[in-house]
Ligand binder design. Structure first.
Ligand SMILES: *Cc1c(COP(=O)(O)O)cnc(C)c1O
Length: 349
């Protein structure tokens, strides 16, 4: 059984280092009547002349309330990509440790493993895109620090089985990262509610998909206070800029608008899925819990090029394991989806 001890996971250099303390860390008080001559900023106010809050207090408080969690269990990053990189750098010793990923899945895990010189052990999903628990257990060794699970998974679109995930959380002494970039399009509850139960659980979310804010780059990490404290130690002090913090706040406070968008996308997803069943060059549309659908074509690369000629860019995933002849369609506006359906219908056999 699991004997999880976070201290054994943290790289010694990280455990022993002193974090950078910024001017605003040392003094973060009432703003208006103080004179700030501490950070070498330009004093002339234009709305962005001051450094942003390195701890994003206001934004974290709003998020914490919304997600019913302590603000000390949150870390914000320049997209989830930065958060994932911080996790590598805090816990994986280059040239020595390894991680496990489950292809076909999000490409950044492998890129970050390469960047950080960490061995990426690939345990393919089953042909039904489920977790191969047995194989994962056989792949874990004393140097395995992280297992990346993406649910709903990109590019397959399916949720991973709750029981399988729980089994891995219970039997692995490293960290299990559940990437929930698409959770708002699914009916499943977030794994955030299980953080107390599993001290080795890390959940990531993003404003890039359901929140319609890929351009501002905001990723969110949820974990135990101890894990968050470790990541906080090595994050660049001003990693979330002022404009992002401001926009994210207004975006998160406007849940009604987010829900309207999500509902519209889910409606369109149903419409597209049913239209796809009548299209000859489509062999199969896989079930999806995300804002995209993986589709097996008769000949993916030919169809990809034909769509391009029709002015429609989709993602060709046919070189990914288990995704032979597959294209990935993001759900667009009704007009965009109609254009896709029309182009597919008009394709010659
Ligand atoms: C799109 C996506 C993200 C988003 O990353 P950001 O850096 O937050 O934009 C994360 N994980 C997966 C699986 C994705 O598909």
């Amino acid at each position: 059984m699991r004997t999880f001890n976070l201290k054994n996971l943290i790289r010694p250099n990280v455990a022993n280092m002193k974090p950078y303390t910024s001017a605003r860390d040392e003094y973060m008080g009432t703003t208006s009547e103080m004179v700030f001559l501490d950070a070498n900023e330009n004093p002339y106010n234009n709305g962005i002349n001051r450094y942003p809050d390195p701890n994003q207090k206001e934004l974290k408080n709003v998020l914490a309330k919304l997600k019913d969690i302590s603000p000390y269990q949150l870390l914000l990053g320049n997209g989830s990509d930065e958060i994932l990189d911080l996790i590598f750098r805090a816990f994986c010793e280059p040239g020595k440790d390894n991680i496990i990923t489950l292809p076909p899945t999000y490409g950044m895990y492998a890129v970050l493993a390469d960047t950080n010189n960490i061995d990426n052990r690939r345990v393919f999903l089953t042909t039904e895109f489920k977790i191969d628990v047995e194989k994962i257990l056989n792949t874990i060794d004393g140097q395995t620090k992280l297992i990346f699970l993406c649910s709903p998974n990109n590019p397959t679109g399916n949720l991973l089985d709750i029981k399988d995930i729980e089994f891995i959380l219970n039997s692995f002494n490293g960290l299990v990262i559940i990437d929930e970039a698409y959770i708002d399009f699914s009916l499943q509850h977030s794994w955030i509610s299980k953080l107390e139960e599993f001290p080795n659980l890390v959940v990531t979310q993003t404003l890039s998909k359901a929140y319609a804010a890929a351009g501002i780059r905001l990723g969110i990490c949820y974990a135990s206070k101890e894990i968050i404290k470790t990541l906080q130690k090595i994050k660049p002090p001003y990693n979330v800029n002022l404009l992002t913090q401001e926009h994210a706040l207004s975006c998160i406070l406007n849940q009604k608008k987010i829900q309207r968008h999500v509902d519209a996308i889910l409606n369109e997803r149903n419409k597209l899925l049913s239209a796809l069943t009548e299209i000859k060059c489509v062999k199969k549309a896989y079930p999806t819990s995300a804002n995209f659908v993986l589709v097996k074509m008769d000949d993916a690369t030919t169809r990809y090029n034909q769509l391009l000629k029709a002015g429609i860019v989709v993602r060709n995933r046919s070189n990914q394991p288990l995704c032979e002849d597959c294209l990935r369609f993001t759900i667009g506006t009704p007009e965009e989806n109609n254009k896709l359906i029309k182009a597919l219908k008009e394709m010659k056999q």
